[in-house]
Design a protein around this ligand. Structure first.
Ligand code: SF4
Length: 224
């Protein structure tokens, strides 16, 4: 069922109830603290399908073993060294393969800062050529590190938007993103991305959503 919910108003209401902490969002945290673009991408890979808290532990382990991360450092290490460091995030062999492949693709850049200055299309093409990197990873990078007007869709956001009646069950990534782009002004994308994830973690949980305590209970058709 499609419902005409005012998403901007929903985001405003949720913002007034929730206190976001930088460290709950690994890419946001690292971008704001000046980590290099490659490190942010590694962190986003570490956060795929796991909690940001565990991704942060894995990232810190990797940083303490290897120092500042760049493609040269990653490619000079055996897979086992990286696997051991990122084990805490789960799927450590797969993550190591993706991080190695990312390093192989990016090692030919003159400078990692190119990732901040090349066109959005070039960044997309480059990163999407890495096996294991998809739209969401690229969009998180573009939004967090470059402030580009793109809305990344994660599993919490998909669930919340579906329950709010804004998207349909079978909508794919680009369809969901397109709907959000129509409903929110670009200067809301970052705030909405963070607040909807926080809402999905806190109230609108996958199992047993806390509808009775939910700040937007009266706005929500509860398409559960
Ligand atoms: S009322 Fe329930 S289903 Fe709707 S957003 Fe809140 S927790 Fe989610």
């Amino acid at each position: 069922m499609y419902v005409n919910v005012d998403l901007k108003y929903v985001v405003d209401v949720l913002s007034s109830y929730m206190n976001l902490k930088d460290e709950d969002f690994i890419a946001y945290y690292l971008c704001r603290r000046g980590y290099n673009p490659f490190e942010v991408l590694v962190a986003i890979v570490l956060s795929q399908n796991t909690r940001d808290e565990l991704a942060m532990k894995a990232f810190n382990n990797l940083r303490s073993v290897l120092g500042v991360l760049n493609p040269q450092v990653i490619l000079s290490q055996s897979p086992e060294v990286i696997e051991d460091a990122v084990r805490v995030a789960g799927m450590y062999r797969r993550r190591t393969l993706v991080i190695k492949e990312l390093a192989r693709v990016l090692i030919n850049l003159d400078s990692l800062d190119k990732l901040l200055t090349m066109s959005v299309e070039e960044v997309r093409d480059l990163l999407l050529s890495v096996d294991g990197i998809g739209y969401k990873t690229v969009d998180v990078f573009l939004l967090m590190c470059r402030g580009e007007p793109v809305f990344p869709v994660d599993t919490h956001i998909r669930r919340v938007l579906k329950r709010l009646g804004i998207i349909e069950e079978g909508d794919d990534y680009l369809e969901i993103q397109g709907k959000v782009h129509k409903l929110l002004p670009p200067n809301y994308y970052l705030k909405a991305h963070l607040i909807l994830i926080a809402h999905g973690r806190t109230y609108c949980k996958a199992k047993k959503p806390l509808c009775n305590e939910c700040p937007i209970n009266d706005l929500c058709p509860k398409n559960i």
